[in-house]
Design a protein around this ligand. Sequence first.
Ligand SMILES: C[S@@+](CC[C@H](N)C(=O)[O-])C[C@H]1O[C@@H](n2cnc3c(N)ncnc32)[C@H](O)[C@@H]1O
Length: 259
Amino acid sequence: MLAFDSETTRLLDIAYQGADITRRRQASFDALRPNPGETIVDIGCGNGLLTAELARAVGPEGRVIGIDPSRDMRSVGEKRCQDYPNVEFVEGLANSLPLVDAIADKAVSVQVFEYVDGIEGAISEAMRCLKPGGRLVVSDLHFGSFIWFSEDPERMAKIKASWDRHFVAGDVPERLPGILKEQGHHVENVAPVTLVDHVLKPDGLAIMMMQLMRQYATANKHVDPDIANAWFDEQIELSRNGRFFFSITQFVVSARKSA
Ligand SMILES: C[S@@+](CC[C@H](N)C(=O)[O-])C[C@H]1O[C@@H](n2cnc3c(N)ncnc32)[C@H](O)[C@@H]1O
């Protein structure tokens, strides 16, 4: 699985403030509908961009608890939120949250469930921490929704196959509504957010993924470095020639805990 170490944290911190990832974070924020005074848990809060936005939205009467297993990610988040006394960062995992029952009005988890072993348990845990009727928003990319042009589809397939090993599951969105209903909760909405580009933007999702995918494929010896570099360079060249095309869909799933 991908290590959320200092180098991954550095790459994510740049791209996560770019237009693409800001748009998917905004969609998750909107689905959560934070109100002043609420207590909100940000599961897998990472570098704390959403955590900070939630802190401002709930205000001084509210509380935001960011939970993440990576010390590198948490420390960037802590710095970002240092002026918000209503935020705390806690070490923890989605399927064993370090929280008492029914502590929160709402919980959110963006781009995390793909790294969780057993999303059924992670949903039960999130719901356990919510008050009856509380809202849970889980938002993930569906890695089966890639459309990504290359003149060497075989090489592209090798890189994608390597990336498929960076997570526990790439198909979280299609399983979430069913699991939520099986556990007796009400699915409010499933909203797609498609990120599509015909230019390789310096602050976009595609360039961040290209850097992470090349690094992951070579570090884990899934793909020869020459092949990974040739794949990377081809994408830069396609963009220079006006033939770049990249698209992937994020799904924002909102649910309410049974009363
Ligand atoms: C792609 S980042 C997303 C961060 C943040 N939610 C955002 O959207 O900006 C994934 C985060 O999930 C965390 N993570 C990985 N496995 C986890 C688990 N089992 N439980 C909770 N968080 C986890 C990582 O440490 C990392 O910070």
